[in-house]
Design a protein around this ligand. Structure first.
Ligand code: DGL
Length: 184
């Protein structure tokens, strides 16, 4: 039986885990949420990378996973390339697919991305979208407060509606497609 390791900085990646479980019901799945060090998205890139590698070393060398799913946008940007070179197993992240979906839907070629400060600093979605269609403009808004809201499990409150609205109001142009580039 194959073992697939799925990891995120916390509980947000459970949405990705659900898909992995649906697609690979016969496989053994290990989920690692690094809640001790969350949020990743407000740390320096080097620090995020070294936290990610601690988790992936554990999953690859101790738990002997056959494949790794990085269920975290920030970690995908900071560490996916390094992990792909470090281990001889498939390592997949979440950014490219999200970017490709956004490109499918936009008509006015203005895509909005809401994500962690680190994801935006690394221009992850901007670069992925430009690789597919360089005529598309990507506008980004940092949403650091989503992490606390999801980790604490209070996503359905009026305050959160207000928070989401205030983030969306930060877009200065009319976007017709929004990518939630954050597990939280
Ligand atoms: N999992 C992170 C991401 O998708 C969000 C939470 C965090 O900052 O740790 O970018």
């Amino acid at each position: 039986m194959r073992t697939i390791g799925v990891f995120d900085s916390g509980v947000g990646g459970v949405s990705v885990l659900k898909e992995v479980l649906r697609k690979f019901p016969a496989d053994n799945i290990i989920y690692f949420g690094d809640s001790l060090h969350a949020p990743y998205g407000e740390k320096e890139i080097d620090e995020i990378r070294s936290l990610c590698l601690k988790v992936s070393d554990f999953l690859v060398y101790e738990k002997k996973v056959d494949a790794l799913v990085i269920a975290c946008n920030t970690a995908t940007g900071a560490a996916m390339d390094t992990m792909q070179k470090r281990y001889g197993i498939p390592v997949v992240g979440v950014v490219e697919n999200g970017a490709a979906e956004g490109v499918k839907y936009t008509h006015n070629k203005n895509i909005g991305v809401i994500a962690t400060p680190a994801t935006i600093k690394m221009d992850l979605y901007k670069k992925s979208i430009a690789k597919i269609d360089s005529s598309i403009k990507t506008y980004s808004v940092k949403c650091p407060l989503f992490v606390g809201m999801i980790e604490k499990g209070w996503e359905d409150t009026l305050e959160n509606d207000e928070l989401i609205k205030s983030y969306l109001n930060e877009f200065s142009v009319e976007i017709d497609t929004l990518i939630l580039g954050c597990t939280h």
